[in-house]
Design a protein. Structure first.
Length: 504
């Protein structure tokens, strides 16, 4: 096949949040399309009206648009089912609920060809049949009661305005339905296990199967790349393609995402929504990099783990997608996110981290001078290499924003006495007081403190660290002093000295 003709789609249902597995599916479709110079289509499959969530489409567009763009669309909701452009100017998706006439037309086409039929069975009868089959320990399926209704019987039912669904007429037989999956290889299903599936529901809406196949054909989809959970639906779709006389696209079914205990990734064991991870301070580019590696690698002998979107496009190959399930390793995500945070410019880190800082309730009571952009930017400079998530900002360094509570018992280094420790702090206080305001910089502070401490770094720097932070673990004292400024530094040391005096 000519690569230029490649057309793929991502077709989520607007039933709530964007699952991380769905993000991976969208990403693989995007990468494949861009690698082949093809088209990546976004389609909203909203025919299951009972599961719709208000504003889910808008939220999905906003979330997905943080990661990459898609192709095709018109301005405004059009009759052909396309959505308008987003704020970024990207094309909106196709929407199935605006294409109902198309699906009804194709269902009627199958009825006229004898490949589908109207079923007038009530829900009560179908439930009774199901229970009887279960009692006999038989597979539950439609019993075919309406398969062979005469034209006269059908016409009478229609005149009576009887409710009906449209079912696909599946020919019996012992043969297999076989197809080549780009990920899983040759896959076969027994034809006898395929039911006369419903294509058009009584409310006039198509089922997933009919709408999916009709849209994929009309939109010229050449490759269907989707999650493994859709594998059992594939023989039903193949039968539909055959019934219409259409070419069958290349199928690729991606491995399941698993919890560390190898169970299917679910909200019961942690977050599964992309929105949740973004809200916790994971960068979109880090999350995208992470999900790309869930079930795919760049090939044997290649150890690269950090990829830009452009690099993923260049490296992506369906042949390197694994068959087995992919474990969602939260520690790996934390590591990747930390690497991306380290590589942000100071300006970008400030822009991205500030909203998370402002969300913290304790930040509301911080004095105004420590809410100013210049001050927050200094905090971020020394926190950058320690952050795993943007939501961590300020959590381990509140002492940079509010006065710390210092336990005097923590001030002495090892066996030093309170008196010795007070003299050491006194020395540091005098040295720091002599540094001119215009030379209060990280480099100068570090040089001065290290020269003063000499070989006795623990003796001098430990009590200084505790005096400035109130913590046993913190950034080096010269970095804390640089952030909080000369006046606050001297005041905190003096307070620590007072605490030591009370112990004498």
């Amino acid at each position: 096949m000519d690569d230029k003709k490649v057309r793929v789609r991502f077709a989520p249902s607007p039933t709530g949040y964007l699952h991380v597995g769905s993000l991976r599916t969208a990403l693989y479709n995007y990468l494949f399309a861009r690698k082949c110079g093809g088209t990546f289509i976004l389609r909203i499959e909203d025919t299951d009206r009972k599961r719709l969530v208000e504003d889910a489409v808008e939220k999905l567009l906003g979330t997905l648009g943080l990661f990459f763009d898609w192709d095709e669309g018109l301005v405004g909701k059009a009759e052909n089912g396309r959505w308008g452009t987003t704020e970024k100017g990207m094309c909106g998706p196709y929407v199935q609920s605006a294409r109902l006439d198309i699906y009804r037309k194709h269902a009627e086409e199958l009825i006229d060809k004898g490949r589908a039929y109207r079923c007038f069975c009530s829900a009560e009868r179908l439930e009774a049949v199901r229970k009887e089959q279960e009692a006999r320990k038989e597979p539950t399926r439609y019993d075919g009661r309406c398969r062979n209704l005469s034209k006269e019987e059908v016409s009478k039912k229609l005149i009576e305005d009887a409710s009906y669904v449209v079912r696909l007429r599946v020919d019996g037989g012992d043969g297999n339905i076989t197809f080549d999956d780009a990920v899983r290889g040759k896959v076969s299903f027994l034809r006898e296990t395929i039911d006369d599936q419903v294509l058009l529901k009584s409310d006039g809406f198509p089922t997933y199967h009919l709408a999916n196949v009709v849209d994929d054909h009309l939109m010229g989809i050449t490759h269907v790349i989707r999650g493994e959970e859709w594998l059992p639906s594939t023989p039903k779709h193949i039968l539909l393609y055959e019934a219409f006389g259409w070419n069958i696209p290349q199928f690729s079914h991606l491995p399941l995402l698993l919890n560390p205990d190898r169970s299917k990734l679910s909200k019961r064991q942690g977050d599964v929504a992309v929105e949740d991870y973004l809200a916790k301070g994971y960068l979109p580019e880090a999350l995208l990099n992470f999900v790309a590696l869930l079930g795919w690698n760049p090939g044997e002998g290649k150890t690269q783990e950090i990829f830009s979107l452009r690099e993923l496009v260049d490296e992506f190959d369906l042949a390197h997608v694994h068959k087995g399930g992919a474990v969602f390793d939260g520690k790996k995500l934390d590591w990747l996110n930390a690497q991306y945070i380290k590589n942000l410019s100071a300006e970008e880190l400030f822009t991205r981290a500030l909203p998370f800082l402002r969300q913290k309730t304790w930040f509301e009571s911080v004095e105004d001078s420590r809410k100013e952009s210049e001050y927050v930017a200094r905090v971020l400079v020394i926190e950058q290499d320690r952050l795993q998530k943007l939501s961590d900002v300020g959590e381990s360094s509140k002492f940079l924003f509010v006065e710390p509570t210092v336990d005097p018992l923590f001030l002495p280094w090892k066996k030093n006495t309170p008196k010795e420790t007070r003299l050491l702090l006194e020395t540091m206080l005098a040295v720091l007081a002599d540094i001119p305001d215009n030379e209060w910089e990280r480099g100068r502070l570090e040089k001065t403190l290290l020269e003063t401490a000499g070989e006795r770094r623990g003796d001098f720097l430990w009590p200084l660290r505790v005096a400035l932070s109130g913590e046993k673990q913190s950034p080096p004292p010269h970095e804390i002093a640089w952030v909080i400024g000369k006046q606050s530094t001297l005041e905190r040391i003096e307070k620590a000295e007072t605490l030591l005096e009370k112990m004498l």
